[in-house]
Design a protein around this ligand. Sequence first.
Ligand SMILES: Cc1cc2nc3c(=O)[nH]c(=O)nc-3n(C[C@H](O)[C@H](O)[C@H](O)COP(=O)(O)OP(=O)(O)OC[C@H]3O[C@@H](n4cnc5c(N)ncnc54)[C@H](O)[C@@H]3O)c2cc1C
Length: 464
Amino acid sequence: MTRIAIVGGGISGLSAAYELEEQRRNSSLALEYVLYESSSQLGGVLRTEHIDGCVVEAGPDSFITEKPWAADLCRELGLGDQLIGSNDADRKTYILVRGRLIEMPDGLMFLVPTKIMPTVLSPLFSWKTKLRMAMELFHPPRAVGHDESVGEFVERHYGSEMVERLGDPLLSGVYGGEAASLSVRAVLPRFAEMERKYGSLGRAMLAARKKMSAGPRRVAPPLFTSLKNGMQHLAETVVSRLTSSSLVTDAPVQAIQREAGGWVVFAGMRSDYFDAVIIALPAAAAAHVLRMASPELAAELAAIEYSSSITVGLGYGPDVRQTLPPGFGFLVPRGEGKRLLAATFVHNKFPHRAPEDRALLRCFFAGVNAENVWPLSDDQIIGIVRSELQQIIGLRAEPLFARVYKWKSAMAQYGVGHLERLERIERLRHQLPGLALASNAYRGIGVPDCVWSGRESAKQLLPR
Ligand SMILES: Cc1cc2nc3c(=O)[nH]c(=O)nc-3n(C[C@H](O)[C@H](O)[C@H](O)COP(=O)(O)OP(=O)(O)OC[C@H]3O[C@@H](n4cnc5c(N)ncnc54)[C@H](O)[C@@H]3O)c2cc1C
């Protein structure tokens, strides 16, 4: 009998357990697994509340459709009919510039303008930046050099205004971090590759579009995918497929140690012996658990930084929806002096998530601003959100409900040199047979990346 422990019951650990369960059921392999979760609830940051007919996401609200692993898992679980796409017909995102919301121009592919007229006419950029955009088309290809921050990379191509108005807020919305410290190779590998091949990101995007338009015409899939009843439904459905006696909650693992060719897992007063272990934890927690088994590996893991975030869900009654701007929501660049980083108009992005006579907003604090408001009470945080919403979109109405969700050090920050660190981590891990690592610490922080990392970690440990 092969025994495998999984430490951590977020979507990474649950995906690993699901992969093992599938192998156990569908092969002749004698396999047993135990999943340890420190809290009383499985799913980690995937948490949904149903309030007043609204689906309120406390953690992630969706995942990008382009990465298939989360949607594939949903389909395997029989949740295919529960998948919903973002309402891209109404996709509009605003950026706050000098206190005024300005729509992101059409044709902007993340940061790269691909349509001339909407960019030229947009008040989002100064003439100086527009000129930089035109000159960017003549950037020569660049030999692979050192890693650098996204901020430096974007500034080299488009200047500092592009970093401040778009690069930084867009990345903060995904990673909760700052463009000045995130690694371009880890966070935007496709852009680094475009630069290597084409020099100009604009030319690379235009070449990619030309290639696509030469192929068979396909309807573009929605940018984001989610589940009708919320992201927690995914975690709950995975749990329902697992062997319930294999799931141990309220069981923080203190350490794992190598012994007799296998691993001993210490959780509270109990210890148990396994052939292999999957550590599906944020990097700092993984470092703590591994500190005795490999101080070097623990040190590398501990060096991966994390940022905290706070989401606030607000539901409003009739008449509010029509007073709000159309579109998915807005981003606030750091220089605007607000504490909010972003707000999503959920009723527009995912209309299934709010009755027609409700407006549902999801507001987001990240990084330094999340740390600054962290000690405040929920009422005080709601007060800040309401005051900033009033300043930005003139929303004065009293919400029907408001909920604050705090996530301490939950979003990994892939700093400059992250990929080199991953190579060192892999080398050290190879010295520890029967150990696998999964989570958002390594090769992607989105839900699809975590599903992939969990399932891959399980496959690594199974006999081939
Ligand atoms: C507010 C927020 C919004 C996000 N929005 C999106 C989004 O819209 N789209 C998207 O794709 N991604 C989003 N993400 C990112 C994504 O949700 C996460 O990266 C992913 O869910 C992390 O899953 P995980 O299993 O690796 O970690 P976690 O969910 O953090 O799970 C780790 C688990 O380990 C447990 N644990 C910790 N220490 C121990 C221990 N010693 N022993 C046992 N158990 C332990 C914890 O209790 C937890 O349950 C968001 C993240 C946050 C925080």
